[in-house]
Design a protein around this ligand. Structure first.
Ligand code: PLP
Length: 288
């Protein structure tokens, strides 16, 4: 490659930071601190100021959320303040587009919040459901492995991507009806749905209302079935089983979350699949 000699001389004599300083002075841009930590702190501080000035109130307004017949029902809204803006700017300055420190700490915090050992961040709640079912196809699971043609029990009226991963893995969804008003599984119909091909049950806690975990879990234990809790709508919901109250998502073998904006917390797009079992945890990484 041809490099003109004057260019080569300039870059040798003028290190990048020096050239940048000259450029700032010429353009009238604000001076950036010399060291990286100082420059970062300066930018984050400006971002916080920006948030206070231009996003003054992004807390959910419960007053205006009161229902007025005939008017639009506001069930949610953007809730954030300068801390979120500062964290976004901090992460973007590193420009790691793959999972690094923020993702790792997020995974640890999600696992702790649910009360499980491992959480794996992924691209959506739908992806989390796909990873959950796909992990069950691992040959390492031997007799309990989900194979093509096996059956997975789910509900007839639920979220589509609770069902699609069953079909995507070549298994057969077996639909059980729901009850009103919760739209959760009618557990009285579980026995009629089981066959010698049934390997797993995947159910959502619809709109945050836990399904009858006691009945579903004892059914799964009785027939040695995997239980996947689609917890996408239920982050923060709790259930009491045998006198112990725990977060939904922690009762089954695998649980999932969605962080798409209408959910309880958001990462923009995003989801998580979690478990206390080390085997599926390895498989989430392999299938993702
Ligand atoms: C019960 C349930 N499962 C799965 C999903 C899929 O999540 P995502 O939109 O992040 O793919 C949703 C999304 O709303 C959901 O409500």
């Amino acid at each position: 490659m041809f490099i003109p000699s004057d260019c080569a001389t300039i870059s040798a004599k003028q290190p990048h930071q020096e050239r940048e300083r000259e450029r700032e002075q010429e353009s009238g841009e604000p001076q950036l601190a010399k060291s990286e930590p100082e420059a970062r702190a300066q930018i984050i501080s400006l971002a916080r100021q920006y948030a206070r000035q231009f996003h003054p109130l992004h807390d959910f307004d419960h007053e205006s959320a009161n229902f007025v017949k005939g008017e639009r029902v506001s069930y949610a809204g953007r809730c954030f303040d300068e801390r979120e803006i500062a964290a976004l700017v901090d992460a973007s300055l590193e420009f790691w587009l793959t999972p690094v420190r923020y993702t790792e700490s997020f995974e640890r915090n999600i696992a702790a919040a649910i009360g499980v050992r491992h959480a794996f961040f992924c691209s959506s709640g739908s992806n989390a459901n796909l990873l959950a079912i796909s992990a069950l196809t691992s040959p390492q699971l031997e007799d309990r492995r989900l194979r093509v043609g096996d059956e997975v029990i789910t509900v007839a009226a639920g979220f589509p991507t609770t069902v699609f991963p069953i079909v995507q893995n070549g298994a057969v969804p077996v639909f059980v009806d729901v009850t009103l008003p919760t739209y959760n599984i009618d557990v009285s119909r579980l026995e009629a749905a089981v066959s010698d091909k049934t390997r797993a049950v995947i159910l959502a806690h619809t709109l945050g209302n836990p399904f009858d975990i006691a009945a579903v879990k004892s059914f799964c234990d009785r027939y040695n079935l995997w239980l996947i809790e689609d917890n996408c709508d239920a982050f923060g919901s709790e259930y009491t089983l045998d006198g112990q109250t725990k977060p939904t998502g922690s009762f089954g073998d695998i649980g999932t979350l969605s962080f798409y904006p209408p959910h309880h917390i958001t990462t923009g797009e995003g989801g998580a699949v979690f478990t206390s079992n080390p085997q599926p945890r390895r498989d989430f990484a392999q299938f993702s």
